[in-house]
Design a protein around this ligand. Structure first.
Ligand SMILES: [Zn+2]
Length: 251
């Protein structure tokens, strides 16, 4: 075996060993962002993941045009709270305690968790931002999800992002406890957004998500972005076809 192939073998083994531990902790068939278990193959890996390839309302998408409409404003009621930060083998995720929610069209969605992708999963006119954060909300009654995506661009320091970056658990399966922080610090000043009906961007890719993507990015120190990409350099699903869906934009 050539040295290069041998190295590749080691890397593959290492990758699987790490993920096997995580797979036990969560559920479902092992998936990744590259290679044999990458996004092109998710739909074939497990019956439960079929919609990843068969679905017509998948996420993310490339946002190229949008219809100006009277979209419902979102009222955000997130509380300052302590939380657990977890490296789940696919991303860094902050699991929020009960008490934070958003209301849209009279419907309340509880904030369950937020997590990061690099580069951004949604594109704007074909362009990606260095990162995107997803705030995942769920309605208690019907289980509908409302995910708010916010792009992240490098600029001046954002103290909350810097605090999170300092606490990013480096190893898959590792976690830490965060002292109370204000998740609202991770929102842009204006909350104009695009909205469309889509899916989870990871298996099982369920088409149960109302997406809201903030039009303005937040700015954080480049060091905070580097801290994430040192752990997850690429955990973004490629964009999926818009098909017959419309993207609406708040006026
Ligand atoms: Zn996500």
């Amino acid at each position: 075996m050539k040295r290069r192939d041998l190295m590749r073998g080691f890397i593959a083994l290492g990758g699987c060993a790490v993920c096997a531990g995580v797979a036990k902790a969560s559920e479902g068939v092992h998936w990744e962002y590259n290679g044999e278990h990458g996004p092109d193959h998710w739909g074939k890996m497990d019956k439960a993941y079929e919609v990843c390839s068969m679905g017509g309302q998948q996420s993310p998408i490339n946002i190229t045009s949008a219809i100006k409409a009277e979209v419902a404003p979102m009222s955000i009621s997130w509380k300052k709270s302590a939380a657990k930060i977890v490296n789940n083998g696919h991303t860094i995720q902050i699991n929020m305690p009960e008490g934070s929610s958003i209301t849209r069209d009279g419907k309340v969605y509880d904030l369950l968790q937020f997590h990061f992708h690099a580069p951004s999963e949604h594109l704007v006119d074909g362009k990606a931002y260095p990162m995107e954060v997803h705030f995942v909300h769920k309605n208690k009654k019907d289980g509908d999800l409302a995910v708010l995506g916010v792009f992240i661009a490098p600029d001046k320091k954002n103290d909350t992002m810097a605090m999170l970056a300092k606490n990013f658990p480096k190893a898959a399966g590792a976690e830490a406890t965060l002292e109370a922080f204000t998740p609202r610090d991770l929102l842009p000043a204006g909350l104009e957004y695009w909205t469309y009906e889509g899916s989870l961007t990871t298996p099982p890719c369920s088409e149960v998500v109302t997406w809201m993507v903030a039009r303005k990015p937040i700015k954080v120190a480049k060091a905070s972005i580097d801290a994430f990409t040192a752990i997850y350099a690429n955990n973004a699903r490629p964009v999926t076809p818009l098909n017959r869906r419309l993207v609406l934009m708040s006026k």
